[in-house]
Design a protein. Structure first.
Length: 90
């Protein structure tokens, strides 16, 4: 992770746009680092879009794991598709 932050000091990521999807109840990743990285990349010229699920959604860290709760996974996938400008899967 240190290398990513060091590189972000001077360079945008190789791809753009970049989408960050986080959850307020994440007990594994530190969302502050995600916010900081998004800020650095945006300042370096990347198109960055971020979305955080509120705690009321109770979306866990690894919410798209195949073994994850199917209903919560569907909510996350729907948001990802929305961010990408795509239609929800039927």
């Amino acid at each position: 992770m240190e290398g990513v932050f060091r590189a972000a000091e001077s360079d945008a990521p190789a791809v753009s746009p970049v989408y960050f999807v986080t959850t307020a109840v994440d007990d594994t990743a530190d969302n502050d680092y995600t916010v900081e990285l998004a800020k650095k990349w945006s300042e370096a010229g990347a198109e960055v879009d971020s979305f955080e699920f509120e705690s009321s959604f109770d979306i866990p860290h690894n919410s798209i794991d195949p073994a994850a709760d199917a209903q919560k996974k569907a909510v996350v996938y729907a948001k990802i598709l929305e961010l990408l400008g795509e239609e929800p899967l039927q």
